[in-house]
Design a protein around this ligand. Structure first.
Ligand code: CUA
Length: 316
């Protein structure tokens, strides 16, 4: 079973933060107005069907073409409804565009890639992938862009969504009420594995968040066992052209940054669990889990695979 299946449900109807709540009230309000229109129009239709049945009438009913009063009514009512919809929509849009200044803020730069998410904390000097760790109650101030095609950044329970467009820097903020694991999803068809371009917002208490930051910034831990040492050599040969590990000479930027990758719960943008078995299977043949993935299948022996997995799992 895909790890994604465990991440559900993800629903905008169960908001877990102020932005999602505002947006849900707008959804409910629009839905109520649409329901009202539907009921009135269908009611009129039924009434006309019954009232003007052929057996009740001889010949054509009275003709109303060019009736000014009727024209005014059926133009005026939709205009009024659109104005009623527009006012709260605009008010919410402008209110949410402003980053609140009464709460602490964490800045996060999001870079979308086919088919994973890069998360950079510009003020903390941390880069990670697919699992965004943030403190509860903080405003998460996002700048979202893309490295390749158009993607869309969406965390249904926290709010959204925001397009990730190459060459553009889109801005919005989200906030979570409670610690927890909030699944997110690319919401713009972006290629073969669009549906597997998931991520999660991992909301923690401020103390847990600080501990995570401290851990992420700890210096590189050189390998201790012979197997891990061998794994680091394999990494140097086969992986570092695409992947970086802070504090080493490995500085690839094509794939996810693997600094402290052993702290993550998932692999392949939430496609697999971060266990030694799953990591080995992933490195052995990424495309079998994720069609169209850019990570190539590298010819490694079983021993080399075990070694590189041991090295990566030790990074935590
Ligand atoms: Cu990225 Cu769909």
């Amino acid at each position: 079973m895909s790890f994604l299946a465990l991440a559900y449900p993800q629903s905008a109807l169960h908001p877990a933060g102020p932005v999602a709540r505002e947006q849900l009230s707008l959804i409910i309000f629009s839905f109520a107005i649409m329901t009202l229109v539907f009921v009135v129009v269908m009611g009129l239709l039924l009434y006309v069907l019954v009232r003007f049945r052929r057996r009740n009438h001889e010949g054509d009913p009275p003709q109303v073409e060019g009736n000014n009063l009727l024209e005014l009514i059926w133009t005026g009512i939709p205009v009024i409804l659109i104005i009623i919809l527009a006012i709260p929509t605009l008010r919410t849009t402008f209110a949410l565009a402003k980053v609140p200044d009464d709460r602490p803020v964490v800045k996060v730069d999001v870079v979308a890639h086919q088919f994973w998410w890069e998360f950079r904390y510009p003020e903390l000097g941390i880069t990670t992938a697919n699992e965004l760790v943030v403190p509860v109650g903080y405003v998460i101030d996002f700048h979202v862009t893309s490295q390749d095609v158009v993607h869309s950044f969406w965390v249904p329970r926290l709010g959204g969504k925001l397009d990730a467009i190459p060459g553009r820097n889109n801005h919005f903020w989200l906030q979570a009420d409670e610690p927890g694991w909030y699944p997110g999803q690319c919401a713009q068809l972006c290629g073969e594995s669009h549906s597997l371009m998931a991520f999660a917002v991992d909301v923690r208490t401020p103390e847990e968040f600080d501990a995570w930051v401290k851990k992420m910034k700890e210096p590189f831990q050189p390998p201790t066992s012979a197997l891990e040492k061998e794994g680091m050599d394999v990494f140097a040969q086969s992986c570092q052209s695409c992947h970086a590990i802070a504090g080493t000479d490995f500085k690839g930027t094509i794939g996810p940054d693997l600094t402290k990758v052993g702290l993550r719960r998932t692999l392949g943008a939430l496609t697999l669990r971060n266990t030694p078995e799953d990591m080995k299977a992933w490195i052995h043949d990424p495309a079998s889990f994720k069609p169209g993935v850019l990570m190539p299948q590298i010819p490694l022996t079983d021993q080399q695979l075990n070694a590189v997995v041991a090295f990566l799992q030790s990074q935590k």
